[in-house]
Design a protein around this ligand. Structure first.
Ligand code: BG6
Length: 364
């Protein structure tokens, strides 16, 4: 029962401050600035032997996998990337013994992800899981893993499980980093950042009322862009995915840097853009791109930090709290959940069960 909430999706969005605590509980080590992930079943030597990380998932799990790859590269300096599990085995992938494969799945039953895990294991690779449902097929098929402890997720559009996937990747990146060159000072900085996150997610959720009007405006558009750079790009992809899944509007994600290489041709007063502009080393460049959009009268919604001054740019500003730059992507993701939710609500759609989609696709 969604109970007092109009939908499971909203209930699950609002649960995030609590469920985020659950995935962190007992896994953070303040003293040594690291994480302990017993379920991985890898000792320090195994962790140090990892030369590459390949993340496999479908839909939102794939996009959060891209966020996770960025975290692993930044914190552990191990080359990492994510691939759609639905494509992986069809290209007869090379499986390397010193690559750590990571399967990401809320349900643990997605057939494409399960078959990707089997492909890795059949060819002798090590695959660990970031899975929510305990004892699910993917969890059983993996060599070890990190349970997400998000509790049951009912709405097709993943919210609290996705947040915990991100946090699971942060824990993994931290532990991999600390067995390598990540300093204890940086480790402690990230542990403190992770401890602050649930409270900051709560702060973003407290601003929900301010987003309703913006979401309604976006719902009126037939087509929208979601843009971000580097850490922000998978956030844009996830934001576009959620928006299209439940509002049935065409939403496309682009790297902000690629706008001028194509999509700028489509910008006009009818096509809004949701831009991710955190305070980081790319802020000024991002604002440059906003000017390009504004000059073509493209409506803008900017998810940003308090310190960012958009100058002359005409935009609806949505401010989220800052954490450590590596962890900011998840705080930028929360308003996108709310925008998608309120757009779909405004359009009167069945939010928990969008047309043509299933919560987990268990047949090929
Ligand atoms: C899709 C769902 O079919 O499966 C998405 O519609 C979900 O919402 C994806 O992200 C992956 O599911 P899971 O359970 O493997 O995380």
């Amino acid at each position: 029962e969604a109970g007092e909430h109009e939908s499971f999706m909203r209930k699950e969005i609002l649960e995030q401050p609590t469920t985020a605590q659950a995935v962190l509980r007992g896994r953070l080590d303040e003293r040594f600035g690291t994480a302990h992930l017993g379920g991985l079943d890898m000792d320090a030597r195994d962790l140090r032997a990892v030369r590459r990380v390949k993340i496999l998932g479908c839909g939102s799990a794939y996009y959060v996998g891209q966020m996770g790859a960025a975290l692993i590269e930044e914190l552990a300096r191990i080359p990492a990337d994510a691939e759609a599990a639905s494509e992986f085995r069809y290209r007869d992938p090379v499986i390397e013994p010193d690559t750590l494969y990571v399967a990401v799945s809320q349900s643990g039953e997605t057939i494409d992800t399960l078959l990707a895990v089997q492909e890795v294991r059949r060819k002798g690779g090590r695959c660990v899981g970031l899975v929510n449902v305990v004892g699910s097929a993917i969890a059983r098929e993996c060599d070890g893993g990190i349970y997400l402890h998000a509790g049951p997720e009912v709405a097709v559009a993943s919210t609290k499980a996705l947040t915990n996937m991100f946090l699971g990747f942060a824990l993994l990146a931290l532990q991999l980093g600390r067995t390598r060159d990540l300093s204890i000072a940086d480790g402690k900085r990230l542990v403190a950042g992770l401890e602050r996150l649930p409270g900051q997610i709560e702060e973003v959720l407290a601003g929900e009322a301010d987003l309703v009007e913006v979401a309604r405006e976006l719902a009126e558009a037939r087509s929208l862009f979601f843009i971000g750079r580097v850490r922000g790009f998978p956030v844009a992809r996830e934001g576009a995915q959620k928006f299209k899944e439940i509002s049935y509007r065409h939403a496309e994600a682009y790297q902000t840097s690629e706008l001028k290489h194509g999509p700028l041709a489509l910008i006009d007063p009818e096509v809004p853009t949701v831009a991710l502009v955190p305070r980081d080393e790319l802020t000024e460049r991002n604002i440059g791109a906003l000017h390009e959009i504004d000059a073509r009268q493209g409506p803008l919604v900017v998810i940003t930090h308090e310190e960012v001054d958009l100058g002359e740019v005409r935009a609806r500003r949505i401010v989220v709290p800052r954490n450590e730059p590596e962890l900011d992507p998840i705080l930028l993701t929360i308003p996108l959940q709310l925008l998608a939710y309120h757009a779909a609500q405004h359009l009167g759609h069945d939010i928990d069960k969008p047309r043509n989609l299933a919560k987990s696709v268990t047949v090929e």
